[in-house]
Ligand binder design. Sequence first.
Ligand code: PLP
Length: 366
Amino acid sequence: MSCDYVALSNPGVQLLQPYQAGKPVEELERELGLDEIVKLASNENPIGPSPQVVAAVESGLAGLTRYPDSNGFSLKQRLASRFAVSPQQLTLGNGSNDLLEIVARTFLREGTEAIYSQYGFIVYPLVTRACGAQGVEVPAQEYGHDLQAMADAITDKTRVIFLANPNNPTGTHFSNQAFDAFMARVPDSVIIVLDEAYSEYAAAIDTPQGLQQLSRYPNLIVTRTFSKAYGLAALRVGFAVANPVITDLLNRVRQPFNVSSLAQLAACAALDDEAYLQRTVAVNAAGYQQLTVALDALQVDYIPSVANFITLDLKQDALPVYQALLHEGVIVRPLAVYGLPRHLRVTIGTEAENLRFVAALKKVYS
Ligand SMILES: *Cc1c(COP(=O)(O)O)cnc(C)c1O
């Protein structure tokens, strides 16, 4: 090629590696000619979609020629009443990933810094660098966020701090007290993104529920998603909640039609199906129990998790084990890109899926 397009791209982009997603089932089918594959690689909901959601999506098919409601009126109304916030506090996203990027594009640029934790969600450095800002990674404490060290890392260039609670890929969480002590040290000029992609699984433990903290902190943005416990990963829908001034800024950057009409209909239906959410959380709790008992019996170490996945410490290069599991038709997630080359993350599945995983692990690793 006559032109060096890489050199022409933004310096932050030159440093990026594309996000590595969990291996799709179809890809493994093509590669190995296997069927009955179990995918426990992307923290998806294992129980299948809510029938109410399926019906809502079907009801929207006749409207495919129309653009979606750019302002998401109905979904915002439902969210506002469900979570006791106002529609002026809500930004809808094409998944919460979209919202993380919107926050970065709103507040980060060259010469500014964003802070996140070692072993934090990999999208934080991605969106930070894409905006030309400097990422500041703070060493983890027992695989989780070291909030005091993160507060210590604040400089006058800090614009955003990304916190995942519970954290992916480690399943760790922080307490209410740790969060309060942290927030007491953060100036109002630093935006705190509290990414609660897994909060539905952790509702019963001592950890901050961000939506209840918003009235205390004008600089807080809480992001939530329908991809995990609500079971809508394919449709791409999430939301951010913040004060109305910040929300207005986010909505200036947001693409006008970033959430499809089918996704909006599905999210409304999902909010109405409380039984589905309860069943999801119950299946997950039983699966955590099932898997940890089996891992203990196999003497495999893992990081205790409050989310819908468990990260195993294999104490050896995990890639050969990952590959061997693929040959058994079980897809999990290698974590070398997170700086955890000896770990594998397994999503908690149905009882049958968990059994398949345990049998495969027993066969390939012992
Ligand atoms: C899965 C995940 C998300 C977002 O997923 P979306 O499908 O884009 O909503 C955000 N944060 C964390 C920590 C996640 O694990």
